[in-house]
Structures are given as structure tokens and as C-alpha cells.
Ligand binder design. Structure first.
Ligand SMILES: [Zn+2]
Length: 78
């Protein structure tokens, strides 16, 4: 049975934390305090309509749904 778990910062840095050694974890956490507060801004990437599966080409209901979902996601993520 492992006594370790892996913590991942929003910047992508990871640390193995033994439960018995929380002191080091808090040190690590302090070092990543700023990135935890300010996650890196990622650029919005929409759907690539060239990837549309053949079976949906011409399926208006599906395309409307997909466009709706894309617009909603863009709204929430930008
Ligand atoms: Zn970080």
C-alpha cells in the first residue's frame, strides 16, 4: 500500500507527497502560490469542422447542436 499521493499544480508541476511529510508539501505549495491564484490563460480553440464524421454531414439538427455547444463553451471559457 502506497503512502504517497501526487499533487499537481495548475502550471503542470507535480510533487510526490508522503502523508508523513506534509511540511515539504506546504513548502512546495508556497512556491506555487501565484500560479494557483492565476492559472495560465489558455487560448480558446474551437471545433475543427473538417473533423466532422461523415455520418453527420448534412444532419442539420446535429450541426445546430454542435454549433450551440461550441458557442456555449466559448462563452464559458473566454
Ligand atoms: Zn505552479
Amino acid at each position: 500500500m502506497s503512502t504517497k499521493y501526487k499533487a499537481t499544480c495548475k502550471c503542470g508541476a507535480t510533487v510526490n507527497v508522503p502523508y508523513s511529510d506534509s511540511e515539504n508539501f506546504y513548502e512546495w505549495l508556497k512556491g506555487h502560490n501565484e500560479c494557483l491564484k492565476h492559472p495560465p490563460k489558455r487560448e480558446w480553440v474551437g471545433l475543427n469542422w473538417d473533423d466532422l464524421p461523415e455520418i453527420y454531414v448534412g444532419d442539420t439538427a446535429f450541426l445546430h447542436g454542435a454549433k450551440w455547444a461550441e458557442a456555449k463553451l466559448k462563452e464559458k471559457n473566454t
